[in-house]
Design a protein. Structure first.
Length: 168
């Protein structure tokens, strides 16, 4: 049946890959993560550099969704006052230890998250390190609080805010 012997410690099929979370608890976590994005102290504690902004709540017009060029998006973010934030996320650190050999050599910071209804801006943002773009339908707590630490800098579009209000 097992010529040559079986594996000493084979992968087991009974490993729990997903953990169920109560619906109300999940909704409360989502609401709390959204509320944390508007708190300037939590956003600064997370490491974002937003000294030029009086509020971390950035709401852009829907025209931002039509930006196709990375250079145009970078200039737009710099006009808002996120120059230091983009410089912070551009730096990559080399990890210590064996993880370098396992395909995770570099560690980089998370920057602003752009929440939009239409993902036309995705092509412009994918070459900016640390900047992520996501549609409101795919938004979850892990995007708003990566690593379990709430207070990520989020850029909302008007249509995403309106759709979020309708969802409640």
């Amino acid at each position: 049946m097992a010529v040559g012997g079986r594996l000493a410690q084979p992968p087991m099929t009974n490993k729990v890959l997903f953990k169920k979370i109560n619906k109300k608890e999940k909704a409360l976590a989502f609401d709390s993560a959204i509320a944390a994005t508007a708190n300037i102290d939590l956003v600064k504690d997370r490491g974002h550099r937003i000294e030029g902004l009086e509020s971390p709540l950035l709401i852009f017009d829907d025209k931002i969704q039509t930006v196709k060029k990375t250079k145009a998006l970078i200039s737009l973010l710099e006009k808002v006052g996120l120059t230091e934030e983009l410089e912070r996320t551009a730096v990559r650190h080399i990890r210590a230890g064996k993880e370098k050999r396992r395909g995770n050599k570099y560690k980089s910071s998370k920057g602003p998250l752009i929440v939009a209804e239409k993902l036309g801006i995705h092509d412009a943002a994918r070459n900016i390190p640390g900047v992520d773009v996501i549609s409101l339908g795919n938004l979850c707590v892990e995007h708003l609080a990566p690593g379990g630490q709430a207070g990520r800098l989020v850029i909302w579009t008007e249509s995403a805010i309106n759709a979020l209000m309708e969802r409640k």
